[in-house]
Design a protein around this ligand. Structure first.
Ligand code: NAD
Length: 450
């Protein structure tokens, strides 16, 4: 992993002074998840007059959070949940929006602002839809205005889903928690009351068997370790050439390994067979393995184009088909969850990456088109799109390019592999059972893309 020396420097007293005097970015160390830590490091303020506000306040109390419905002048808040679920016209936004504004200076570091609203596309009335869309605009802008590692995200209730639905409660907890450290300016849409809450929030994957492709290193290794931490038994998959590294990762988390090129025509069948004979079940698949073969399109050859498409998307389509076939029922069962790695390049495009962006946009298409199929079986499929993540790959970028790329987001720093892994663990859990066919960006609100 590359190191971010600048962030370390500006968190020293002298470095802090110099950065402030010169108007340089001042990234802070983000609060990240460790098992057993409190959900929030302080008070939560719940605003809004619709039904969601009371439900959120009750839920937070249930989690042992110190909740306020009004801000005192001296209160310091770790989180503000602003409920806009009752807005009917754009004029209805102002009361709650301005109340949030009044407490912005009372937020601690790595604070959370979460807006709760109804899905705009469910409203046919132009005023109602514009009010709901307005919540998106204000949330994204607020995310740009957050300071000291704070984030702002939206929880969107679709199809009449109530705030009390397991998926809504699960999404609220993820967005409030330190697990979402590098997620900002994003929306989690909860469209059904499917899903279930875990007995232990520190082990949401207890008893599950999770397959992770490309688990030998990088983000895949972090995913494998995080899923294990969260209670899953991990099956790590990687190419034979990475067999030794794969074994080292998997042995350290008491999982099992399968050396396999995911582009092999029988890849899906071999994963199923491994899960059947070694574990008797398969609950979660993380399609993480991916490659880049960058070239400007003018210089692109067929080998570069085809290999990226084959590894990054065609293999996933073929494996999913195998996992959803009737013959796989004995090992897959109900509630299969699939999470696939996209990229912000697949949303915004990136110079030199036409092949990669085509494959990663393809992943987003696959997730939305497969959602119904998975839902019929009580399962879900979602994509996660990382932005700039501190990995060996980004560590090899020339110094200046890397320095610029890692500051181009609202948190002024790169994410860590574990930040991507946390989002995947959440979307792979039953607490995310109401979210299906979506893409969640883990990019610190990178300026690339939406
Ligand atoms: P990485 O190159 O460090 O690791 C990828 C792993 O996948 C390797 O262990 C590799 O051996 C394995 N793999 C490659 N082809 C395979 C195949 N045919 N069969 C089985 N295994 C195979 O990559 P990373 O940076 O950890 O990225 C992981 C995923 O995240 C990729 O899908 C990548 O596109 C995506 N992503 C990464 C970033 C980033 O900043 N690093 C940003 C956006 C998206």
């Amino acid at each position: 992993m590359s190191t971010d020396t600048y962030t370390a420097l500006v968190n020293q007293p002298l470095g802090k002074k110099i950065a402030a005097a010169l108007g340089l970015p001042q990234p802070v160390e983000l609060r990240r998840h460790t098992p057993g830590q409190p959900l929030l490091d302080g008070l939560a303020l719940v605003l809004g007059s619709g039904p969601a506000a009371q439900q959120v306040a009750d839920q937070l109390l249930d989690w042992g959070v110190d909740v306020r419905r009004h801000a005192g002048a001296k209160d310091r808040f770790a989180a503000v949940v602003a409920c806009f679920d009752a807005v009917q016209t754009p004029a209805d936004l102002s009361d709650t929006a301005l109340e949030v504004g009044q407490v912005m200076r009372q937020l601690g570091s790595s604070a959370r602002v979460i807006t709760v609203s109804a899905d705009p596309s469910d409203a046919t009335d132009p005023a109602a839809r514009s009010a709901r869309k307005g919540v998106e605009g204000l949330t994204r802008s607020l995310a740009h205005e957050m300071r000291r590692g704070g984030t702002a995200n939206g929880l969107v209730l679709a199809g009449g889903t109530e705030m009390s639905a397991p998926g809504a409660v699960g999404a609220l907890r993820f967005l409030l928690s330190a697990r979402s450290a590098f997620v900002s300016g994003q929306f989690l849409t909860v469209g059904t009351s499917e899903g279930a809450l875990p007995q232990d929030w520190d082990r949401p994957l207890a008893g599950k068997v999770a397959v992770v492709t490309g688990a030998a290193r990088g983000i895949g290794e972090a995913i494998a370790r995080t899923l294990h931490r969260d209670g899953a038994t991990v099956v790590g998959v990687d190419v034979p050439a990475a067999g030794e590294q794969l074994a080292a990762v998997v042995n350290s988390i008491h999982g099992t390994s399968l050396q396999l090129d995911i582009t092999a025509p029988d890849a899906g069948a071999r994963i199923l067979e491994h899960c059947r004979t070694r574990h008797g079940r398969m609950d979660l698949v993380v399609h993480n393995a991916g490659i880049t073969r960058d070239k400007m399109l003018a210089n692109m050859d067929a080998a570069r184009w085809d290999s990226v498409i084959a590894v990054n998307i065609e293999s996933q389509l073929a494996m999913n088909q195998a996992f959803l076939a009737d013959q796989a029922r004995d090992v897959v069962g109900d509630h299969l969850r699939i999470v696939s790695l996209a990229s912000t390049s697949g949303i915004a495009g990136n110079r030199g990456q036409t092949n990669y962006a085509a494959s990663k946009a393809g992943v987003i298409g696959m997730a939305s088109a497969s959602a119904e199929l998975l839902a019929e079986r009580g399962g879900t499929i979602n994509a996660v799109a990382p932005g700039f993540i501190e990995t060996e790959m980004t560590g090899k970028m020339p110094f200046l390019t890397r320095e610029v790329a890692r500051r181009m987001n609202s948190l002024s720093q790169g994410g860590r592999p574990v930040d991507v892994a946390e989002a995947i663990s959440f979307l792979g859990s039953d607490a995310a059972g109401g979210t299906n066919g979506t893409v969640l960006r883990v990019c610190g609100q990178g300026i690339m893309g939406a």
